[in-house]
Design a protein around this ligand. Structure first.
Ligand SMILES: Nc1ncnc2c1ncn2[C@@H]1O[C@H](COP(=O)(O)OP(=O)(O)OP(=O)(O)O)[C@@H](O)[C@H]1O
Ligand SMILES: [Mg+2]
Length: 413
């Protein structure tokens, strides 16, 4: 008989302390202008290929790049994306400023922060010689009465006296962010998960070249390695237990450092015809095993800054994906009250969205148009379908079709 499984979870109260509660962007990548309010604790970003899901996540990664403690800052954040011309929306008209405006809200105290950053290339000189400069930087504290208290408004006097100052945000500078350092640290701790198993498996070939703060591959192992031993073992034990149901031949999972190179590794012992079993290192794990290990690890990490999951369904068996939303929700709820992280998930997966208990407020649909993409929450028809018990896979996903109805995917030779 099939095992009993619970897919539903009751519509819930808030479980995070802090969340990015509003995101407004202008001229950001393929968004000419877009605003999402009441952003939930768990966000599902849906849309066809090339609609802008990754670009939307990149807003949060950009904030992370401004706030991160090592090598952060505006110039680096823009440069690492290939310059302002890559970031600025190709649909931009006369107004060419790139703008990000976000609210961070603390539901426990009903207070929050508002951070606005606008930047552009100065209008004098050749574009290729000119560095991005700040057109506005604003920090407001939002009181529980809703009143906004302004902590920073740029350009200010210092900017007028010294133009070069406009190349750096106050967020990235310790001597200027004293009143809102908390916000810089919060942004700086945003984590992006897009583990590419190949980058992890071929660690020796790409030795040392990791993408800082993006656990694409090797960075993930360094993250595990930098964790205190007790915490690390504790987390790995839990991963091992969870993984056993997916990879039944697995006996144990452990962390070790190579005796000669000192490099961190993960090792799994598999059941084998030989009595002592067979040991394998991460370069031999399957793609799905690696991705699950990384996902289970990140879900256990503490901290309250958002976790960005880029297509977590990749390489995973459909039944495992089907249960992911439930797993993510229960893990978040098990953590001590209000300490769960906000999670943004980009996905195409029917299975991932097949849980009717998914909080519909968390769904953001990205719709491409000739004038750039737009974001929207679920509409009344989708809401009606969800309220009679359909899942987002049934009620919403069909409206994000990647091909028009009746059109066949063809490759003409
Ligand atoms: N500055 C820009 N102006 C306009 N369009 C841009 C800009 N930068 C990137 N794009 C376009 O944005 C589109 C969306 O990219 P994105 O990677 O966010 O899509 P996605 O929804 O994640 O797609 P997939 O599901 O395939 O991963 C791409 O077609 C890209 O060409
Ligand atoms: Mg993408």
């Amino acid at each position: 008989m099939a095992k009993f499984r619970v897919y539903f979870f009751i519509q819930y109260g808030r479980t995070v302390a802090l969340r990015i509660s509003r995101i407004m962007i202008k001229n950001w990548r393929n968004f000419r202008g877009s605003e999402v309010s009441d952003v939930s604790d768990v966000v599902y970003l849906l849309g066809p290929n090339a609609s802008g899901k990754s670009n939307f996540l990149d807003v949060m990664r950009f904030l992370r790049d401004l706030g991160k403690s090592k090598g952060g800052g505006l110039q680096e954040a823009v440069e690492s994306r290939g310059g302002i011309s890559k970031i600025r929306c190709l649909h931009a008209r006369q107004d060419t400023e790139v703008l990000i405006d976000v609210d961070v809200f603390d539901d426990d105290t009903s207070t929050g922060w508002n951070y606005t950053l606008g930047f552009n290339i100065p209008s004098k000189g050749f574009e290729k010689n000119r560095r991005p400069h700040i057109t506005k930087e604003i920090v407001n504290r939002i009181e529980n009465t809703g009143e906004k208290i302004n902590l920073l408004k740029r350009p200010n006097m210092e900017d007028e006296q010294d133009e070069a100052q406009r190349q750096q945000t106050y967020l990235e500078q310790i001597n200027t962010n004293k009143d809102f350092r908390f916000l810089a640290e919060y942004f700086g701790s945003i984590t992006y998960y897009h583990l590419v198993p190949q980058l992890l498996k071929f660690g020796d070939e790409i030795s040392g070249r990791t993408l800082e703060d993006d656990p694409f591959g090797q960075e993930f192992l360094l993250r595990v390695s930098a964790t205190q031993e007790r915490t690390r073992n504790n987390r790995l034990k839990k991963i091992e237990k969870a993984l056993r149901s997916v990879v039944p031949q697995m006996e144990d999972l452990r962390f070790l450092k190579d005796g000669i190179t000192g490099r961190p590794h993960l090792e799994i012992k598999f059941k084998h015809h030989r009595p002592r079993g067979a040991r394998q290192r991460e370069d031999q794990f399957s793609d799905g095993t690696l991705r699950l290990i990384a996902l289970f690890w990140l879900l256990q990490e503490t901290g309250d800054a958002p976790l960005l999951l880029e297509e977590p369904e990749l390489s995973l068996n459909e039944e495992v994906v089907r249960q992911l939303s439930y797993l993510i929700e229960t893990v978040r709820r098990r953590r001590s009250p209000s300490s769960g992280r906000q999670i943004f998930i980009s996905t195409h997966s029917y299975a991932l969205l097949s849980n009717p208990g998914i909080n519909a407020d968390g769904i953001i649909i990205i719709e491409p148009s000739d004038d750039g993409s737009r974001t929207r929450k679920i509409n009344t028809a989708e809401q009606a379908a969800l309220s009679v018990g359909l899942s987002p896979a049934e009620a919403v996903l069909p409206n994000t079709r990647g091909l028009p109805v009746g059109m066949q995917l063809k490759l003409e030779l």
